[in-house]
Design a protein around this ligand. Structure first.
Ligand code: SF4
Length: 749
């Protein structure tokens, strides 16, 4: 009431500066953003903002904003209307499609848009009929997905920002005090409680300045440094034997490798430049201050062997028994504010949303969600092979666009003729000369951005470029996922400035325009939204009707829009009971219902792989195998974790699908599922591989099995099964098998 009388409005919104996802209160009057107040009850930042967040309103008011759509004609930029711009783009897209096929288009999506928008970008290219789509995550944290995902199942931060305060030791492979400033609020909390900070950085950074120990290693010697620490831990018997026995296989292989003289602190000193004494000290601190957490960001990922860097961090945590514990884990700090959301929606050339991959089963799954015929989607592609084949990536699209010029042979049917460049900084891509040539070679370059992005300024060409002014994230609304897998709703602060438009409107309008040349496209694209016009479709509809229906693999199912919004609306002012009913326990870690969140009653999973609490309270599980050297000679951990656990009468069971369990254990491979798929279960209390039992054993019976989807040919199965334990308690299991995640269950009791 006070707000209404005064004309001032307080709008809860989320900072776009980085992946910490700080909340802020924007003070608005007459549709003008005046200043920022602290949002004290947002548990991620408790009112704190860094200089980037505190100056967020300047982004909206920047004089450098693009004001209206423009086209370059005869070397001059001209103002055009939205209608004309979209008409030209749609016509050109259609012509190129007719002449070269759908693979002549490359779509650079974005981690700077909302999750729904990122999802629609991926969906657009699926409906267009090509996998030529990628975004920033390819450059920044794809090695996290490969390194952690292939180690224990999910390629994401295992814990969350709030949990860092529970750590007794933090080892950095990054510089969070400058790159993710407000995360340091939680790090300082840990320090106040006595945590020891170890900074591994070739530079003396601000993080190093406040750390207790600085390991200043030579750039590129991360793995040697970590292995040197591991060597010392094993030598002194400081590793967690119980944890290793319970949750890993084949530790002896790793031990044999790392205990070679090559990794003695003295030898590692020669490789890394870090004095052996400091390596010993780091090992001692880590072993005697548990739980410890590993924190890293792009300094560790952006290497040719980035995946192995990340795996080595996971190895260290397994060795110390710090995985799956509060205050432990491997905490990947992502870059852009919504890079986690955009990655989850797989704005990536090798997968459909939620990491489903590109198999036929994955396509069928999403066609069902989209409410379109699989055969129709198939007909959109140049061939079935291309439908299941990885498209151009951010690092390869320029090759696709300049192939004709240089006579390069492509493994795609067509060179790139149109580039859509949506919310992406060109300067972040390595080979800028080739990128410039690519932008000059194509028939049309479309740049969508709130600012004059380098992509528009870079090409030296007289025409064939259109720039569309998207509004900033503060002028739009939608869901964003921070690095800790916490989902927040970003409210619109002010209406779009100048003649800029929201990303979702631009994309849907383009589909509507394309419909003129490609009849029926818009109706199919919006099949779940009742034939509404672009301006009428709400982000919540996309979220509730498609994203949280189809994203089974990562458990983005229970985070319905009303739950997230309600959590934010009430902050923590409601009771514990209400918290449970509406959005998880009253604890910062459960804020944003971090995935996996299996249904509308589930509180989310702030810490992945906890096996000390029931799944219904956010528990989870994994087991991994220590392998021998991978072909690249670097990796010592292998295997996707294809299991999940279920608690029945207090006893935890692990489930797996496979032809024979021995094969599965022996190879630690994702069971192929070709041939006969069976369900297996074993008791978590028992050491593997004993006591593994098919579900039809006397201890655990399979009562009913409903195939949701089965494809014998491609080995993809999706079942819902009813299980009876000896105790007669009934448990439900949803089992999904694809190339990536062979099994998940979504319901426990
Ligand atoms: Fe924004 Fe990141 Fe700074 Fe928080 S830490 S205010 S999210 S830039």
């Amino acid at each position: 009431k006070k707000e209404q009388e005064s004309g001032y409005k307080l709008v809860k919104t989320i900072c776009t500066g980085c992946a910490v996802g700080c909340g802020m209160l924007a003070v608005v009057k007459d549709d003008q953003w005046l200043w920022i107040e602290p949002w004290i009850n947002n548990p991620i930042n408790r009112g704190k903002l860094c200089c980037k967040g505190a100056s967020a309103n300047y982004i909206v008011h920047s004089p450098r904003r693009l004001k209206y759509p423009m086209i370059k004609r005869n070397g001059k930029w001209e103002k055009i209307s939205w209608d004309e711009a979209l008409e030209i783009i749609a016509k050109k897209l259609y012509e190129v499609r007719q002449k070269y096929g759908p693979d002549a288009v490359f779509f650079a999506g974005s981690a700077k848009v909302s999750t729904e928008m990122a999802y629609l970008q991926r969906k657009f290219m699926a409906f267009w009929g090509s996998n030529n789509i990628d975004h920033q995550a390819r450059i920044c944290h794809s090695t996290t997905v490969a390194g952690l995902g292939n180690t224990w199942g999910y390629g994401a931060m295992t814990n969350n920002f709030n949990d860092i305060r529970n750590a007794k030791c933090i080892i950095f492979f990054s510089n969070p005090s400058e790159a993710h400033p407000v995360s340091f609020y939680h790090i300082y909390e840990a320090k106040k409680r006595g945590a020891i900070l170890i900074c591994c950085d070739p530079r003396f950074s601000r993080t190093a300045a406040v750390s207790d120990l600085h390991l200043q290693f030579r750039p590129g010697t991360d793995i040697a440094l970590v292995y040197g620490i591991c060597h010392e831990i094993i030598k002194n018997g400081w590793y967690d034997e119980e944890f290793i026995r319970q949750r890993t296989y084949g530790f002896e292989y790793f031990k044999e490798e790392v205990m070679k003289e090559d990794y003695s602190p003295e030898n590692v000193e020669k490789i890394t430049g870090v004095p052996a004494e400091k390596i010993r000290r780091a090992a001692y601190i880590l072993a005697h201050n548990k739980p410890a957490t590993v924190q890293y960001a792009m300094g560790a990922t952006q290497h040719p062997y980035g995946s192995q860097n990340i795996r080595s961090f996971a190895i260290l945590q397994l060795l110390l028994g710090n995985a799956g514990k509060p205050g432990g884990g491997v905490n990947a700090f992502r870059g852009h504010d919504n890079v986690q959301g955009a990655t989850d929606m797989c704005v990536l050339s090798h997968s459909l949303p939620a990491y489903y991959g590109l198999s036929e089963a994955a396509w069928k799954h999403w066609c069902k969600v989209w409410n379109v015929d699989y055969e129709w989607i198939k007909s959109r592609f140049s061939s079935e092979e291309m439908m299941q084949k990885k498209g151009f990536t951010m690092s390869r699209f320029a090759v696709g666009a300049t192939a004709e010029k240089y006579g390069w042979k492509l493994d795609q049917p067509s060179p790139i003729k149109v580039i859509i460049w949506w919310g992406h900084s060109t300067a972040s891509i390595g080979d800028l000369k080739l990128v410039k040539e690519a932008f000059e070679s194509v028939e049309l370059l479309v740049v969508v951005d709130p600012f004059v992005e380098t992509a528009a300024a870079l090409p030296d060409r007289p025409d064939g470029i259109i720039i569309l002014p998207a509004c900033t994230e503060y002028e739009g609304e939608g869901f964003v996922t921070n690095s800790g897998r916490q989902i927040q709703w970003r409210n619109r602060v002010v209406s779009p400035r100048f003649d800029s438009r929201e990303d979702m409107w631009i994309l849907l309008k383009l589909v509507e325009k394309l419909d003129k040349y490609d009849p029926g496209l818009y109706a199919k694209f919006t099949a779940n939204f009742g034939g509404k016009k672009p301006e009428e479709i709400r982000p919540e509809e996309v979220w509730d009707k498609e994203i949280t229906v189809g994203s089974i693999t990562i458990g983005m199912l229970g985070q319905k829009s009303w739950r997230i919004k309600r959590q934010q609306e009430y902050d923590y002012t409601f009771s514990e009971e209400d918290c449970r009913a509406y959005g998880g326990p009253c604890d910062g870690e459960y804020w944003g219902l971090p995935w996996p969140c299996w249904n509308e009653k589930h509180p989310g999973t702030p810490i992945l792989y906890r096996n000390d609490i029931p799944v219904w309270d956010g528990g989870h599980d994994f087991r991994v195998k220590w392998g021998t050297k991978a072909p690249d000679g670097q990796s010592l951990l292998s295997g996707v974790n294809p299991q999940d656990q279920l608690s029945i009468n207090g006893v935890k069971w692990v489930f797996a699908i496979g032809e024979t369990f021995e094969d599965y254990i022996k190879n630690n491979m994702v069971p192929s599922g070709r041939g006969r798929a069976r369900f297996y279960a074993w008791n978590m209390k028992d050491p593997v591989p004993k006591h593994r039992e098919p579900l039809y054993s006397p201890r655990l019976d399979l009562i009913e099995k409903y195939p949701i989807y089965e494809d014998e040919k491609y080995g993809d199965f999706h079942y819902r099964v009813k299980i009876k334990a000896r105790s007669w308690q009934i448990a439900w299991l949803n089992a999904k098998m694809t190339e990536v995640f062979p099994l998940i269950w979504t319901s426990g009791r």
